[in-house]
Design a protein around this ligand. Structure first.
Ligand SMILES: Cc1cc2nc3c(=O)[nH]c(=O)nc-3n(C[C@H](O)[C@H](O)[C@H](O)COP(=O)(O)O)c2cc1C
Length: 191
């Protein structure tokens, strides 16, 4: 698959098959994040990889999936939940550009995963204090994002905005996702 096809398919997945994400792939994802660009080359991001069965289960109630959908549709049930998480935090001395650095590093992780058929979902709606306690994240670090990983258990298709201009993702009867995106012409200007 070429890079543009990879970007097209690398959507947010919220139900997963239960095959584990191989440790080797997790290491490659984090290696690619490690060498990603950062403002002033500060490298202020820290990661906790959660892949043991026990800790993955403990993480599930601390993240919120698909808040645009009714809970019974958007939240993965037992047997559909992610099989690994990466918790992303920044150090106390991180500069004001660190959140951009996090975006780049997370993109490296999710694209590396997707190249091997592992889907992901970025999670900003998270219980930060409880995750910090569970994973013993040092108090001086700030948890910014969790990324869920696993083999996708549904399809996700890009579509145009809805007739009323709405951008909320929606599901069909088989609970496959449809994700409206604004058109190229609406967001890009050449001068
Ligand atoms: C910073 C950030 C935080 C997000 N937080 C959540 C979240 O807490 N729960 C969730 O289910 N999806 C979350 N998402 C996924 C978005 O809902 C998703 O990217 C958007 O609906 C578009 O779908 P797509 O990723 O398939 O293009 C987040 C995405 C980003 C970039």
């Amino acid at each position: 698959m070429n890079l543009s096809d990879l970007y097209k398919g690398c959507r947010s997945y919220r139900r997963f098959l239960q095959d584990p994400v191989p440790r080797e792939l997790l290491c490659q994802m984090l290696e690619n994040a490690r060498i990603s660009s950062s403002a002033h080359n500060a490298q202020s991001i820290r990661y906790v990889v959660v892949d043991s069965k026990e800790m993955v289960s403990a993480m599930q109630p601390l993240v919120t999936f698909a808040s645009s959908l009714p809970r019974e549709l958007g939240t993965p049930k037992e047997g559909e939940q992610p099989t690994a998480f990466v918790v992303v935090s920044k150090t106390a001395d991180a500069g004001s550009f660190c959140d951009m650095d996090i975006g780049l590093a997370v993109d490296a992780m999710v694209m590396t995963a997707w190249e091997s058929g592992i889907g992901s979902c970025l999670l900003g709606a998270i219980n930060i204090p409880e995750i910090g306690r569970l994973l013993s994240v040092p108090e001086e670090e700030t948890i910014r994002l969790v990324v869920a990983f696993g083999k996708p258990g549904h399809k996700s298709t890009l579509v145009g905005p809805r007739e009323n201009g709405g951008l909320k993702y929606y599901l069909d009867e088989a609970k496959n996702y449809y994700v409206p995106k604004r058109s190229f012409e609406d967001i890009v200007r050449f001068v």
